[in-house]
Design a protein around this ligand. Structure first.
Ligand SMILES: Nc1ncnc2c1ncn2[C@@H]1O[C@H](COP(=O)(O)OP(=O)(O)OP(=O)(O)O)[C@@H](O)[C@H]1O
Ligand SMILES: [Mg+2]
Length: 500
């Protein structure tokens, strides 16, 4: 028997429907005080929806939420806050022009006797909190001058200062560096010692095993199981999550690279990128490894024409080309699956069908007009092959789960005629099961002699799918490895600029 008094929050038979989607079906489990409770499940399993219900952004259709023994309705974010429940969103909610201290105490500034803001007390209190969490920042620093990771830390501190009892983190690590993840985990441990519970959502199993006490697994909107983390193995976890045994993570491929597709020579941007040269061949998967901030995303934008280059040349099929805009890139057969799917990859207001067919529009024309039938057929193929969870091809992109949005962005470029596809963190936010589907698609593309560039911060991923790996550090190429030389250690050393 679980000790009731140890439970902070209990869900009983919680269900949630959207038009055409049963996002949650009769979900029941509980979250203990002061525990780190991981939530895992495939893309579209209902994790974010459940957390939005707990934080008052969505309302449930049925079921009960019991907080500290009392049944409650959480109809609004302020109701959640009053109960001590805070969610840290990925799109952070800080006011960029204000200081860290002002953000922490926004709407509840300490006041002096005469009723003005008591800056001294506010900054002192903020400094104390920053110190408690071992964050080396001055409370007066403007939020716009600190990194995304640091902003996330400020959000957490803000939650704590409001006496949060449960902090929900929905994929908090997806854009953090390894170092920043360490700091976040240190903060989570401090939260625990203060008796604050944390719900931690991630698709990265290593992180889950490192930080959580218990784990709840969800599948297709239903609750599957809750386990103590030290009583479950990785493979048990995966099979509970995807409902079957997982085949080998990286599909086999015989590498057969052909002639040169693209050559970059001495690309510099005058800011970060310094004399970058490399080649990409037909049928090759070329990896770009490194730490977040090494300049890989900037390099890809510079090649694609969405960022200005200062000097250097680009050759396609041996001929020099001048590319100054994404449009010219696309015309020259280059596709780009960007890292920031919300800003650059998706038209959130349009349907899945329209998003998938957006680049390869010529493939769905009949007598010069867009054929909806052809669009539906083509997008349907990708829904099937990539396992996109959606009620239909007509669903607006904004209503898809994070991982499923990423699959739509990929489909768009897979459908295009591009013979070079650049993929920046293609599996970010993608569940373990669906990653393999994406790797298989990459294999099919190179079998058609296309060249694929994969930028990834996950070393095992680049090692698992690439023919060669280029490692970057601070705007430079620090090494080019061929398959026989792949090792985690080598990549890690080159990524921090230590030659081997
Ligand atoms: N506002 C909405 N309108 C319609 N459908 C929605 C809405 N929000 C979520 N859904 C649907 O509910 C289901 C669950 O989505 P949710 O975002 O909770 O998944 P998730 O487990 O967080 O997935 P991921 O790992 O990809 O982030 C999905 O099928 C999604 O498309
Ligand atoms: Mg989600």
């Amino acid at each position: 028997m679980e000790n009731k008094s140890n439970i902070f929050l209990e869900l009983k038979g919680v269900s949630k429907e959207f038009p055409g989607v049963k996002a949650l079906k009769d979900v029941s489990f509980s979250i203990n005080k002061g525990e780190v409770h991981a939530l895992i499940g495939g893309n579209g399993a209902g994790k974010s929806t459940l957390m939005k219900i707990l934080s008052g952004a969505y309302t449930k259709n049925s079921g009960q939420i019991i907080v500290e023994g009392v049944e409650t309705e959480i109809g609004h974010p302020s109701a959640a806050e009053a109960l001590g429940i805070t969610i840290i969103y990925q799109e952070l909610n800080l006011v960029q022009s204000l200081s860290i201290a002002e953000n922490i105490f926004i709407g509840r500034h300490p006041k002096t006797k005469s009723g003005t803001v008591d800056w001294r007390t506010m900054n002192r209190e903020a400094a104390r909190l920053l110190k408690e969490f071992r964050i080396d920042l001055a409370p007066q620093t403007t939020v716009k001058s600190i990194s995304i990771a640091q902003q996330q830390m400020v959000e957490i501190i803000k939650a704590v200062s409001k006496n949060a009892k449960l902090v929900i983190m929905d994929e908090p690590t997806s854009s953090l560096t390894t170092k920043e993840i360490d700091v976040l985990f240190q903060m989570i441990r401090t939260l625990k010692t203060k008796g604050v519970a944390v719900v931690f959502i991630s698709h990265r199993l290593d992180e889950i095993f490192e930080i959580s006490d218990r784990i709840t697994i969800m599948r297709d909107g239903t609750y599957v199981a809750t386990r103590d983390i030290d009583k479950i193995t990785r493979s048990e976890l995966i099979s509970l999550m995807i409902g079957r045994e997982m085949s080998q993570q990286f599909p086999e491929r015989v590498s057969a690279t052909g002639s040169e597709l693209m050559r970059a020579e001495n690309i510099s941007d005058g800011v970060l990128l310094d004399n970058i040269s490399f080649t990409l061949h037909e049928g090759e998967v070329l990896g770009f490894a490194g730490l977040v901030g090494a300049g890989r995303t900037e390099l890809m934008h510079t090649i694609f024409g969405s960022r200005k280059k200062r000097s250097g040349s680009l050759y396609l099929h041996g001929k020099e080309v001048s590319i100054r805009s994404p449009k010219q890139s696309i015309r020259n057969g280059i596709g780009f699956v960007t890292e920031d799917r919300k800003r650059e990859g998706l038209a959130l207001n349009l349907s899945l069908r329209e998003n998938v067919c957006m680049v390869a529009i010529q493939k769905v024309l009949t007598y010069g007009l867009i054929s909806r039938k052809k669009e539906t057929e083509s997008s349907g193929e990708y829904i099937d092959t990539l396992g996109i969870v959606t009620p239909s091809a007509e669903q607006k992109a904004m209503f898809l789960s994070g991982g499923n949005q990423q699959k739509v962005v990929l489909s768009k470029w897979l459908m295009s005629n591009a013979d070079i596809i650049i993929m920046d963190e293609p599996t970010r936010g993608i569940d373990v099961g669906a990653k393999r589907e994406i790797y298989e698609v990459i294999n099919q593309l190179v079998a058609q002699k296309k060249g694929i560039i994969v930028v990834s911060s996950e070393f095992d991923e680049v090692m698992g799918i690439c023919d060669r790996i280029i490692v970057m550090c601070e705007g430079h190429i620090t090494g080019i490895l061929s398959k026989k030389d792949f090792s985690q250690e080598k990549i890690a050393a080159l990524a921090v600029g230590e030659g081997v």
